[in-house]
Design a protein around this ligand. Structure first.
Ligand code: F6P
Length: 551
């Protein structure tokens, strides 16, 4: 592993890792009863407990030295000041401007982008008030009851996750639907579920060139126009667009006055704070959306101004790096103990894996160390009854974040208490494990025979020493959710610096898209036109033969 560190720090970390890798987390807890106070941060409505990590004060002190080596402070300022840190696309990275609630200007090429941000927010506000107060009517005079966001990736996952997470704040008169997949089933099922005369379609696409989104939007448009007996004028009242590409929006047939703009300095996966969040605004209202922005702004200020030893996203980043690059952990788990946060793992998957799934460093060379982890997860307690077995007794080390609200939106009986009991118990079990001695004593109490005990003993012991972070959040509100998401965004940024990669491009998604264009041509013409390997050729030919037989 050759992470770009000074030889002194690289050696110190390597040596420290060797020493610590043979120490069990149980021992660390036994030898220091103050770990919790030492390794937890209270911030606003958050408690971030990172004491169940394989770390000591020395680990943190060494890891913190990384922030100096990668010039973290300078790089944070570069981002906040609008420098072109996305150097392969020559763009600033300014999602922080979208939620800048201070009066501070942010300049790109001498232009204060805050003026543009405010203008679009005002337009979103006016529009959402029109929709929610039923002033805006569909072509036949009906109020809007269904919002359909058509988008994919960053133009889908953020709004989809946030509207689900903030269901308790949603307008009961409005249903929000999401269509992303090119699979016709996706759009078809949504079209079946809505009444077209009271539906607003939001075509969300940064580039307005994404095949899936445009195809789905065309299908929806055709369905709407047919519904209104071929009257294309109906589109005006039922379609709006969110994009950076005005020309393409116009070409699609959406009047630019019904377009909500954003800018190339907003990365797709960082765009829920922009007009891409329009479906969120229509559902939860502008005041709540502004709270979401405010929560993110608070986290931005925390990230920018807090010493790194008390800085939540910095500590998150350093711990992820510690496990990936020293312990060889290849994946990272996200386990929200809150059903409303069920889409958070999906959302973070794009954020992490599209940002830091890179193997070329800033100097254009292939790295020889591990970069971004494979991120995955599911809400608790469901996960406990499926994949947690592997976490407890499998051969992989999977560091994880456990996230839960203290107060639930649905205080029914003792559900929340049981939910949280499971959260705490799982992190404890992962950390402690169960020794042979403990397993033996348990079985002895059950009066099992010595032979049975001997046979079952290895199966009933748990190695423990599985690290986790715990986030306890007072309540999931627009504000706390905004902060939580921003913490993850910043942690990804810090990790990108540690790995010396560009976290803000995504060239890796292009090759498949290019090949799909060719194959699509072949499938629609019913014949092979390009060179393929024998597997791909075989698949295409088999499909064409079967499709001809069946349709
Ligand atoms: O293909 C990946 C990607 O470019 C993502 O980065 C992006 O969020 C998504 O596609 C959608 O792109 P657009 O908003 O331009 O339709």
């Amino acid at each position: 592993m050759n992470i770009p560190l000074s030889p002194r720090l690289a050696n110190a970390l390597e040596e420290h890792y060797k020493r610590l890798s043979s120490v069990h987390l149980r021992t660390l807890f036994q030898s220091d009863p103050h770990r919790f106070e030492k390794f937890s941060i209270c911030w606003n409505e958050f408690l971030f407990d990172y004491s169940k990590n394989i770390i000591t004060e020395e680990t943190i002190s060494l890891l913190l030295q990384l922030t100096t080596e990668v010039n973290l402070s300078e790089n944070i300022e570069k981002m906040f000041m609008g420098q072109r840190i996305n150097f392969t696309e020559n763009r600033p990275v300014l999602h922080i401007a979208l939620r800048n609630r201070s009066e501070q200007p942010i300049y790109v090429d001498g232009h204060n982008v805050m003026e543009d941000v405010k203008k679009v927010l005002e337009k979103m506000k006016a529009f959402s008030e029109d929709i929610r107060s039923q002033r805006w009517r569909g072509h036949s005079g009906k109020p809007i009851k269904h919002i359909v966001n058509i988008g994919i990736g960053g133009s889908d996952l953020g709004p989809r996750m946030v509207t689900r997470a903030l269901t308790p704040y949603g307008n009961k008169e409005i249903k929000v639907h999401f269509v992303s997949n090119i699979d016709g089933t996706d759009i078809e099922e949504v079209l079946k579920a809505v009444e077209l005369d009271s539906t607003l379609f939001i075509v969300s696409s940064k580039t307005f060139t994404t095949k899936e989104t445009l195809t789905n939007a065309q299908t929806a448009r055709k369905k709407l126009v047919d519904y209104f007996g071929g009257e294309t004028k109906a589109v005006e009242k039922h379609f709006v667009a969110v994009s950076t590409n005005e020309k393409a929006v116009k070409d699609f047939g959406i009047d630019p006055k019904n377009m909500f703009e954003f800018w190339d300095w907003v990365g797709g996966r960082f765009s829920l704070w922009s007009a891409i969040g329009l479906s969120i605004v229509l559902y939860i209202g502008m005041d709540n959306f502004e709270e979401l922005l405010y929560g993110a702004y608070l986290a931005d200020s925390h990230f920018r101004n807090t010493p790194y030893e008390k800085n939540i996203p910095v500590i998150m980043a350093l711990l992820g790096f510690w496990y990936g690059n020293y312990f060889g952990a290849e994946t990272y788990g996200i386990f929200p103990y809150d059903q409303y946060l069920e889409l958070l793992p999906n959302y973070l998957q794009q954020l992490y894996m599209e940002s830091n799934g890179k193997r070329i460093n800033k100097e254009g060379k292939v790295v020889n160390y591990q970069t971004g982890p494979i991120l995955w997860g599911n809400p608790g307690t469901n996960g406990q009854h499926s994949f947690f077995q592997l976490l407890h007794q499998g051969t992989h080390l999977v560091p994880a974040d456990f996230i839960a609200p203290i107060e639930t939106h649905n205080p029914i009986g003792n559900h929340h208490l049981i939910l949280l009991a499971n959260f705490f118990a799982q992190t404890e079990a992962l950390m402690k494990g169960k020794t042979e001695q403990e397993a033996m004593e348990e079985m002895q109490k059950e009066n099992l025979t010595p032979e049975t005990i001997a046979r079952l003993l290895p199966h009933k012991t748990f190695p423990g020493n599985r690290p986790s972070n715990s986030f306890l959040i007072k309540k999931i509100t627009p504000r706390t959710l905004g902060s939580l998401i921003a913490f993850y965004e910043h942690s990804i940024f810090v990790q990108g610096l540690l790995w010396n990669i560009n976290s803000f491009d995504q060239w890796g998604v292009e090759l498949g898209k290019q090949l799909a264009v060719k194959v699509e041509k072949e499938l629609s013409q019913g014949s092979l036109l390009f060179e393929h390997d024998c597997s791909t050729k075989g698949l295409i030919e088999y499909y064409m033969k079967e499709a001809r037989k069946n349709f």
